[in-house]
Design a protein around this ligand. Structure first.
Ligand SMILES: *Cc1c(COP(=O)(O)O)cnc(C)c1O
Length: 384
């Protein structure tokens, strides 16, 4: 029997040709493909600017630094995410202040944010994660940002291409930054589009855009004075301490080619999501992925809540269905326990984790493969 992963990239002949063409061009990095990819990406999301970087983690780290995170200050985020979200805060000298998730949509809880803000005056920002692709409550988060003077960075690694409808009836595209300062994306192969490794930050703020361009490459920029630039054209200035977070032209060529297919892939993922929901209609042991009632969600995961999750995981792996668990709560990791967190701190997130299972979801998953997964799961619960 063939192995079915939980996620997998799609790479076609056009993608490969775009890489080959760039390999033979004058620039392998810091060339024209980077700006081309950024422009196309900003257009796609509806933001003014986009900055392409080497990973989603680099995108998060640069975003925190561009937002002016002051060492020792706190940034609120969810424990139901990949560790990179919280790590980016700590790597930038801040403190990752975790708050529990909402029991309905499994995103950061608005009530818990309010409690954390009232209890501590050291909070400087919020990083919501659109878990599985389901948008967090950005309107409430933006209101906190105004009332408490906070920056907001959306971690949209799961949500490229999705939309949601606000209380004014306006449809917002994830990444348009209508309710945040910046939005970050990852192009790891399991995500909606890939560049091998890669990431992007979108923003509408010209100052943040300029700052991030410098932070991408060692904090280096060119002198503001045009006379100096003319007299000494070799002079560059390093204002802020940073790393090499650059992405190559080869990767950006692939990203540009992948982006053209993002809408079609999003549609296929939604079809598969609906087929899973239908497949588990008469199965009382598995609760399907949560769905918002408006907007079009771009699903990265089909994240179900399963009875006897550990047994189901083992059973499916024995049948070569490589389901995954998203996520081990951030505060379960030894590093964060060393930062003062304990098991039991976030009961909603922990209960979610104990039942969480991510079923195979990617554009090239065939109906037949999916039917096999559904049949195996229904068979597993038969008689339980
Ligand atoms: C994938 C992911 C990241 C990290 O992205 P990389 O490109 O792997 O560095 C951060 N946050 C979330 C929610 C992710 O899913």
């Amino acid at each position: 029997m063939e192995t079915i992963p939980y996620s997998k990239q799609s790479v076609d002949a056009d993608d490969i040709q775009s890489i080959v063409d760039t390999l033979g061009s004058a620039f392998l990095t810091q060339g024209p493909m980077v700006a081309k990819f950024e422009t196309a990406f900003a257009d796609y999301c509806g933001s003014r600017f986009a900055v392409a970087v080497s990973s989603g983690t680099a995108a998060l780290t640069i975003a925190n630094q561009a937002a002016g995170l002051i060492p020792g200050r706190q940034v609120l985020t969810t424990p139901n995410t990949f560790v990179a979200t919280a790590n980016s805060i700590e790597l930038s000298g801040g403190i990752a202040k975790l708050v529990d998730i909402d029991s309905n949509d499994f995103n950061i809880s608005i009530t818990s944010i309010k409690m954390a803000l009232d209890e501590c005056k050291e909070v400087q920002g919020i990083i919501p994660v659109h878990f599985a692709g389901v948008p967090a409550d950005m309107e409430s988060i933006a209101r906190f940002a105004t009332d408490y003077d906070l920056f907001v960075i959306e971690d949209a690694c799961h949500a490229l291409g999705g939309t949601w409808i606000d209380s004014k009836g306006v449809e917002n595209r994830i990444g348009d930054c209508a309710y945040s300062d910046m939005t970050i994306f990852s192009f790891h192969p399991v995500k909606q589009i890939t560049t091998g490794e890669g990431g992007m930050i979108t923003t509408n703020d010209p100052a943040l855009h300029q700052k991030m361009l410098a932070l991408r490459s060692h904090g280096i920029s060119w002198p503001a004075d045009p006379k100096l630039r003319k007299a000494q054209p070799w002079v560059y200035e390093m204002h802020d301490l940073s790393c090499n977070y650059r992405i190559t032209d080869i990767q950006c060529a692939l990203g540009l080619s992948q982006l053209r297919k993002a809408d079609a892939w999003m549609k296929r993922r939604s079809e598969l999501v609906a087929r899973y929901d239908a497949g588990f209609e008469n199965n009382g042991f598995i609760h399907p992925q949560f769905h918002p009632t408006s907007g079009s969600v771009s699903y990265h995961l089909y994240s179900a809540q399963a009875k006897d999750r550990d047994d189901l995981y083992r059973y499916l792996h024995e049948h070569k269905i490589l389901v995954q668990v998203h996520y081990i709560p951030v505060h379960f990791h030894p590093y964060y326990q060393g930062r003062g967190y304990e098991v039991g701190d976030f009961p909603v997130c922990e209960n979610f984790y104990r039942h969480a299972i991510s079923l195979p979801l990617f554009p090239d998953l065939s109906d037949e493969q999916q039917d096999l997964v559904i049949a195996l799961i229904n068979e597993f619960y038969n008689g339980r």
